[in-house]
Design a protein around this ligand. Structure first.
Ligand code: FE2
Length: 287
């Protein structure tokens, strides 16, 4: 049975059982290439000096978590660098736009091409199918995973960083290039979304940095993850409590991806989450 342009009953059951769902050919190549081109334009336009830009570590968190540049990016378009982007003298190894880790976090609201890609009745229907009663687009990221320098992202769950009460965040991950085990595709732990969440990342009282509140100090399992190889245009849905990671890109092929994280507007969004959007109310997939 197919719900109105949304998921089939079998797909919904797979998502509920495993915590993820791979939907090949969800977007056509032209739309992906248009987004790719626009990302390169934005990367050049918004490229900061290395001094002001935040660098990312293996677990996907900012090295300078106190960096105002990162913590105030929730309602802006900003650029973040790879940690291997710099040589031993602190100089960028290549042109700045080729050393970027990602763009974040409000392209879906602020850029017309990204806005168009991110809002559709199909996405609204999919969001409804996976249980979001009133989907609200919290953040967008364009991830470059550059050839040879694209870093690893270690196992984590998105709920840690995008906390809601009750848990509601769902990741919408689009392959803009083909993603394979060679160029750092996503890996996920089937059924791992049932493991109680182990940490919550939150702002310190002065709101200048973040810390992890630990509920369970044991790490997420490193065994049993499966590679989610994806051709261009594939949409992968990820439950917010599903452990997932991606390897480094040691190949000479880029692995661009675009992600949207949506939460349920019926859930509480705490004021001590790092991501705040003071100048920009959230929208749904239809507007
Ligand atoms: Fe993630």
């Amino acid at each position: 049975m197919i719900t109105q342009d949304g998921l089939t009953t079998a797909q919904i059951e797979f998502f509920e059982l495993n915590g993820y769902l791979v939907l090949p050919n969800f977007v056509d190549d032209d739309a992906c290439l248009k987004l790719r081109e626009q990302a390169m334009i934005l990367a050049k336009k918004h490229c900061p000096s290395p001094q002001e830009a935040t660098v990312f570590t293996a677990d996907g968190t900012a090295v300078h978590a106190s960096d105002d540049y990162f913590l105030t990016s929730g309602d802006k378009i900003r650029c973040f660098f790879e940690k291997d982007a710099f040589d031993e003298h602190g100089e960028l190894r290549q042109d700045a736009h080729l050393c970027l880790n990602k763009l974040g976090h409000a392209m879906h609201d602020l850029d017309p091409v990204f806005k168009d890609f991110s809002h559709s009745s199909r996405l609204a229907a999919v969001a409804k199918s996976v249980g979001l009663q009133r989907a609200q687009l919290l953040q967008s990221m364009y991830i470059f995973k550059q050839p040879r320098i694209g870093g690893e992202v270690t196992s984590h769950v998105d709920h840690t960083y995008l906390w809601t009460e009750p848990q509601s965040v769902i990741g919408f991950w689009f392959a803009i290039d083909d993603a394979t085990t060679q160029n750092g595709c996503m890996w996920a732990l089937p059924g791992g979304h049932r493991i109680p969440v182990k940490t919550r990342n939150r702002l310190t009282p002065d709101r200048k940095s973040t810390f992890n509140e630990i509920f369970d100090p044991t790490p997420y399992p490193t065994e049993g993850l499966v590679p989610l190889e994806a051709t261009r245009g594939t949409l992968i849905l990820l439950n917010g409590t599903l452990p997932h990671r991606s390897g480094p890109n040691t190949s000479d092929k880029p692995r661009h991806a675009y992600t949207i994280h949506a939460i349920d507007g019926t859930a509480n969004y705490p004021s001590d989450n790092w991501l705040q959007r003071p100048s920009l109310p959230m929208s749904g997939f239809l507007n």
